[in-house]
Design a protein around this ligand. Structure first.
Ligand SMILES: Cc1cc2nc3c(=O)[nH]c(=O)nc-3n(C[C@H](O)[C@H](O)[C@H](O)COP(=O)(O)OP(=O)(O)OC[C@H]3O[C@@H](n4cnc5c(N)ncnc54)[C@H](O)[C@@H]3O)c2cc1C
Length: 451
């Protein structure tokens, strides 16, 4: 949300006197930690970071960006793959200290402030035996993931995160705080369900919660061959909606429970999630276990939030990735995946495969700004790189595998998009979705034209 009015200068003391939250300037302790983001290689120095405390603070910071002409970056969990949450020389509106969670067990709904991470929300909801689905990583902010759609462990059972979004409190570019839902500002409510963070700053979401009394899941590591990869996809497509799986075809990391002889060998490192009772879960998981002699089988009944394992705060990988949808992964396609993975010597390279469908696919494509309801498999191709020396060839490897895998579905999921230009943003918002988003943007944030 850049500004168009005559700039005034930024005064940190004035800002400190105005907002209820924390103002972190370059000379302050904690500045470097506060400007750090999840992905490596992004080293931006904002003029100020404001850890907002409430909606009035949000309005103040939006106004400040307009008045100073400084770029405004909005941050929830800081996991944007392109660093949209931090600005060089601009203002960071950081929601990470807004973490209130107000659950109404009777209606199975919760208001959650957007500084919560997926793991924090899930743990708070689980205290009541309830859950809302987010993504595969606990430290991802509910702000960014929800606004883009949200594809996670409950996607086939309950749909995208936005399919459980009932309302939001949003501060728009003009500083107004709006409560939006299906009946109030329905166009804006439609847009924020998949359209990303382009329409204002959301301070709270109201979500539907589900009872997940029992859950079976965890890590299953299988030796990767083309047959096992194709078999895995077939099993995931045949599985009941209760089962959502994420198959990472990659070299095995040197995990303590993986025999040393297997370190670095191509495996399917699968994250399995069965939202149902243990006995049916075992039945649904059996076809995956039968694909090969598991290298590690850590599937177990567990409380749902336990699927979010511990994370290392200092982990900031240098990665290149591209996202795509595919229609099918049969044996020849699996062979292509294996050949490309074998041809690279990057320490970490992965084809991440997620079979979609289920509840996500039962929502009409135009019901929200996420238009890819009919897409069958989401694929993320990624590799780590070490620096300038190998970046180009690692990027070429990603492009090569993506090109080799391209089928008819040319869409893209916005939350996994890298900096790939307008054509790919258009791929995230095909046809009428783009026009509808542009109209909502023109109505609620007429000062900026791009999305
Ligand atoms: C390790 C990792 C794993 C991931 N796994 C999944 C997954 O399984 N499923 C999935 O769907 N996605 C996944 N993602 C993608 C993730 O959903 C996006 O990167 C998401 O944008 C991150 O949200 P965030 O709040 O953490 O990030 P941020 O960088 O804080 O925000 C991302 C974007 O959203 C905007 N934004 C954030 N909060 C608000 C708000 N309250 N109001 C307005 N705008 C806001 C920001 O301005 C920014 O443009 C993953 C990403 C990573 C890095």
């Amino acid at each position: 949300m850049p500004s168009s009015s005559t700039p005034t200068s930024l005064s940190i003391p004035d800002l400190r006197a105005t907002v209820h939250g924390r103002v972190i300037a370059p000379a302050d302790d904690g500045y470097d930690k506060a400007r750090a983001v999840f992905v490596g290689g992004i080293d931006r120095h904002p003029a100020v970071i404001v850890r907002v405390a409430d909606a009035p603070d949000v309005a103040t910071v939006i106004a400040l960006a307009r008045e100073t002409g400084l770029e405004l970056a909005v941050r929830s969990g800081g996991h944007s793959s392109v660093g949209h949450c931090v600005s060089e020389g601009g203002i960071v509106l950081d929601l990470s200290e807004m973490k209130a969670f107000d659950v109404d067990v009777a209606t199975r709904t919760a208001w959650a402030e957007t500084g919560l991470t997926a793991a924090e929300y899930s743990t708070a909801a689980w205290a009541h035996g309830l859950a809302t689905g987010f993504g595969d990583t606990g430290s991802v902010g509910i702000g960014g993931i929800t606004l883009g759609g949200g594809v996670g462990y409950l996607v086939r059972k309950y749909g995208l995160t936005i399919d459980d979004l009932l309302a939001a409190d949003i501060v728009t570019a003009d500083g107004a705080l709006l409560r939006i839902d299906a009946d109030h500002h329905p166009d804006l409510f439609w847009a924020i369900r998949g359209g990303g963070g382009n329409f204002g700053v959301v301070t709270r979401f109201r979500y539907r919660l589900h009872e997940v009394p029992s859950f079976v899941g965890g890590l299953l590591i299988l030796p990767a061959t083309a047959e096992v990869v194709a078999g895995f996809i077939a099993a995931a497509e045949a599985a009941p909606d209760e089962l959502s799986a994420i198959a990472n075809v990659m070299p095995s990391p040197p995990m303590p429970f993986v025999p040393e002889a297997d370190h670095g060998k191509l495996v399917i490192l699968a994250l399995m999630a069965y939202a149902g009772d243990a006995e049916s879960g075992e039945r649904a998981l059996a076809p995956f276990r039968a694909l090969g002699q598991p290298i590690a089988d850590m599937l177990a009944a567990m409380p749902y939030p336990q699927i979010y394992g511990p994370e290392d705060d200092s982990y900031h990988p240098l990665a290149i990735s591209k996202t795509m949808f595919m229609d099918h992964i049969d044996l020849p396609v699996a062979e292509t995946i294996m050949e490309h993975l074998e041809a690279s010597d990057a320490a970490m390279r992965v084809a991440q495969l997620r079979v979609l469908g289920g509840a996500m696919a039962r929502v009409p494509s135009d019901a929200t700004a996420f238009a890819h309801r009919a897409s069958r498999i989401m694929v993320n191709v990624a590799t780590f790189y070490e620096g300038a020396d190998d970046k180009e060839r690692r990027a070429a490897w990603v492009d090569g595998l993506v090109a080799a895998l391209q089928q008819d579905d040319r869409g893209a999921y916005v939350n996994f998009l890298a900096d790939e230009g307008e054509e790919r943003i258009r791929a995230a918002y095909p046809g009428a979705t783009w026009d509808r988003l542009a109209a909502v943007k023109a109505r609620y944030d007429p000062t900026t034209s791009s999305g």
